[in-house]
Design a protein. Structure first.
Ligand code: COA
Length: 381
């Protein structure tokens, strides 16, 4: 008989497989993608270079980057059917539901799925290129605005912000520092080993199902507030607090009532999330350039201090804590923070789908039954 101690609820501490994509090192609060520290990638590389790294295991040289970026730019546009699909979705649907349906829809036009690595990279590239256009259209149509053709002369991050804000005079989101902060957030969100959405994608891949199904499953998992949805929840909490002077009491109240404070804690990192310092610096830089944004920085610092000082495990922020207010300062609607996470994480998911196919074994754990003893159906039935 299985005992409680043998069951790892939430697969806590279980090592499920090898991966060469990224390494999470909680003992040193560090994270590497294919061996490169994520903070160095965020400092020296563009998101496109990081996408290439995750799918090929090496950073591109200038020729490889040029070719990769050019192919991504070519695939950015949406077909009429894809535009009509997004336009036809309920305006009050959660944008993650819209993006999940969009992904599934795109997949139906790809009839010749093979498990060939180049073909999987092609699909990843198609989704990587189309997601920002789909998300920008979804943002715009909810405001009664129309489709904007993507720009082939702009990088990934700039093109997205331009599709969303390009028709607004002097949008702060189109300043160089804002584009850089956004690009860095995409790099930090790109990959994180066997997190819930990536593992969901790997489980689906392990059945030898197709890439679109694996990505759709990943989107479903990422939507949850305990995973990607936390960046949205962080900003809702900050707006609820409203005034930095209330932040300490608000956090203490939540803790006293055994409620989680979103953007804090992590399943793997217990003494700090490796991605936070880079994103925190980007958020604070953005705030310094945004009139009236000082109060969010003040609130951020008070919340971080209160959480650390009032929990036995000295709980620290995770990436969603600085990313939420950073996206807010860029002028992005809160319910779109998680779809933006998808725009980045499609790179990590694709890398794991490639790896899972390469050395596949059906993922199928066991369960310990604790229902009624075996019994007979009554004779009158
Ligand atoms: N706020 C308040 N208390 C928290 C907390 C938070 N954000 N995160 C963890 N805790 C508490 C737990 O309730 C637990 O308390 P207990 O010992 O009294 O039961 C203790 O801290 C230890 O929790 P831990 O084992 O480290 O958490 P976990 O691994 O089970 O859960 C998360 C990890 C991410 C699910 C959890 O930290 C959480 O819900 N965070 C908020 C959501 C979030 O930001 N998600 C994004 C993750 S990148």
């Amino acid at each position: 008989m299985t005992t409680n101690s043998e069951i790892r609820k939430g697969l806590y501490g279980v090592v499920a497989d090898y991966t060469a994509v990224s390494k999470v090192m909680p003992e040193t609060n560090s994270l590497t993608y294919a061996g490169y520290p994520v903070q160095e990638l965020a400092k020296h590389c563009s998101f496109e270079e990081v996408a290439y790294l995750l799918w090929n295991g090496e950073l591109p040289d200038s020729g490889q980057l040029e070719e990769f970026a050019a192919s991504e730019r070519e695939l950015r546009g949406l077909s009429e059917a894809e535009i009509n699909l997004i336009e036809s979705m309920p305006k009050d649907a959660h944008p993650m539901d819209t993006l999940r349906t969009f992904t599934s829809f795109v997949g139906q036009f790809d009839e010749h799925f093979t498990r060939d690595a180049d073909h999987i990279r092609e699909i990843g590239l198609r989704l990587l290129a189309k997601f920002p256009t789909a998300v920008a259209l979804d943002i715009r149509r909810r405001k009664g605005k129309g489709y904007v053709e993507p720009a082939k002369d702009k990088g990934f991050a700039e093109n997205f912000l331009w599709m969303v804000f390009g028709d607004e005079d002097d949008s702060p989101a189109l300043q160089k520092e804002a584009i850089q902060a956004f690009d860095q957030s995409l790099i930090l969100y790109a990959e994180h080993s066997f997190n819930a959405s990536t593992f969901s994608s790997r489980v689906i891949t392990s059945t030898t199902s197709d890439v679109y199904s694996a990505v759709t499953g990943g989107i479903g998992a990422l939507k949850g507030p305990l995973h990607g949805g936390a960046n949205e929840a962080v900003m809702h909490n900050m707006l609820e607090i409203g005034d930095p002077a209330q932040a300490e009491e608000w956090c203490k109240n939540r803790l006293d009532n055994k409620q989680v404070v979103m953007g804090f804690g992590h399943r793997v990192y217990k003494t700090g999330d490796s991605r936070v310092p880079t994103m925190e610096a980007a958020f604070k830089k953005l705030a310094a350039n945004t009139p009236g944004a000082g109060k969010w920085v003040e609130m951020y610092d008070i919340m971080a201090k209160t959480m650390e000082e009032n929990t036995s495990i000295k709980i620290k922020p995770n990436l969603d804590f600085p990313a939420g207010p950073a996206y807010y300062l860029l002028g992005l609607e809160i319910e779109f923070f998680t779809p933006i996470f998808v725009m980045a994480r499609i790179t990590g998911w694709t890398a794991h789908i490639l790896e899972q196919y390469e050395n596949n074994s059906l993922i199928r754990p066991l369960s310990a039954y604790n229902g009624p003893e075996e019994r007979s159906v009554p004779a009158e039935n």
